[in-house]
Design a protein around this ligand. Sequence first.
Ligand SMILES: [Zn+2]
Length: 166
Amino acid sequence: MTHYDTLGITADADTSAVREAYKRRALETHPDRAAGDSRAFLELARAYACLRDATSRKAYDASLASRRARPLADVIDVDEMTIETIALGAVAGVSGVDAVNAGLGGVDAYRRECRCGDAYEIPVGELQSLRRTHDECVLECGGCSLRIGVRLSPLGVGEDATVLSA
Ligand SMILES: [Zn+2]
């Protein structure tokens, strides 16, 4: 499901059509209404936040085109990934555990093993910020040319207030 599907418009809709579609659907899905649904409303808000801005819409269109051009090895949900600490020292050529022990520090990242034995990884903070404007992100394996798609729920779904205010 793309942001265009969420808004019920075609990919060539102009800015005013995007705004009109958002207003109409926002009324239908608003959580205060009897038939409202907060998840649908959050997804709608995210789609609109992405498509209303020319720069982010252009980047989104490019990511859709690249998904079509190079098929993904798999599409998974974020909760199918594990959270692990990746050592920052790895960048400096110091291996994982040693770098953490050496006090170089690490960053928490979502990780999914690739069938080549290497892994797809994205720092937790980076993924959380993608959730504001993206319904999916594409990760590249660190060891081969495979890519996977990760479905992102809108920020606010299944999160507590501390994450929302971050
Ligand atoms: Zn791989």
